[in-house]
Design a protein around this ligand. Sequence first.
Ligand SMILES: NC(=O)c1ccc[n+]([C@@H]2O[C@H](COP(=O)([O-])OP(=O)(O)OC[C@H]3O[C@@H](n4cnc5c(N)ncnc54)[C@H](OP(=O)(O)O)[C@@H]3O)[C@@H](O)[C@H]2O)c1
Length: 319
Amino acid sequence: MEYRHLGKTGIRVSELSLGSWVTFHKQVDTNAAVEMMAEAYDAGVNFFDNAEAYASGKSEEVMGAALKKLGWRRSSYLVSTKFFWGLNEGINEKDTLNRKYLLEAIDGSLTRLDLEHVDLVFCHRPDSHTPIEETVWAMHQIVESGKAMYWGTSEWSAMEIVAAIGIAEHHHLHKPVMEQPEYNLLHRERFENEYARLFADYGYGTTTWSPLASGLLTGKYNNGIPEGSRATLDHYDWLLEKMTDPVALGKVKKLGKIADELGVTLAQMSIAWILKNPNISTVILGTSRIEQLRENMQALDVVAKLSPDVMDAIDKALT
Ligand SMILES: NC(=O)c1ccc[n+]([C@@H]2O[C@H](COP(=O)([O-])OP(=O)(O)OC[C@H]3O[C@@H](n4cnc5c(N)ncnc54)[C@H](OP(=O)(O)O)[C@@H]3O)[C@@H](O)[C@H]2O)c1
């Protein structure tokens, strides 16, 4: 496992990390979380991603209980949470980055995780109804209070991120230092184009999500929807359209042939392809079973196989 600086910060994250969206609580109970997190940690993973909204707070409870059982030295790992959607229906409690919500939300997450601080805290989406200045001051206060070490954004536009950095610099506040965007073989535009100046001019860090496009980039959806897969779960039927899209499936099949020729799985090749990008700080894996984690972690050995010719072939398969 290699470690990359989280943007320009002094903190280093393992190039592969483990997240809990969909999986923790719904598919992965505390015992399974302990097993997966231990496997990842023993392989060098030092970052575990979470969010208030995941399983309506239950994902944080599962991770907190797992961390308690694992008993690792707190300084040896990083945990994140994220805020935006909220857990309650009140007018000021959902779909917002207002100051009151954020300052109350961090306390709720710390209680559920049973931690004194998280390491990374993200604004899970931009909020066009709250001034960015209000959000920047609130996030600064969370960091200043010691309840989080670094703050960042998730799926903000480059323009919103630059605005937040500018406000923070103007007032000498803690500025956002990392973005959590979707990035995978089927979703490249924003990361590679819109964010290019964020990386070049600001050294912004990245913790990227859905490396396998929710499983599509394993090839498991090539012949229909497999029993028990994410697309069959309650409340995830919105994924069905994506998993049966003939254009995407055509690309996945072509990519599968390249992976076969390399003697690796498509999941491993897809994750290794992301790791080749120098603007990645860490790729957050999602796994519902330990066997998937074991397979996907081996992507680390596949990076060296992605020669310029293979990278060209991958680009061609996507056109
Ligand atoms: N900031 C954000 O807005 C945001 C959004 C989404 C995710 N995230 C973060 O990113 C993390 C990863 O995202 P993700 O879970 O969508 O990642 P992903 O890698 O795109 O999808 C993971 C899912 O694909 C299937 N899978 C993974 N490896 C497999 C394998 N080798 N063989 C067969 N199936 C496999 C599993 O689902 P099944 O077994 O159930 O089919 C697994 O849960 C999340 O846990 C979360 O921490 C952040």
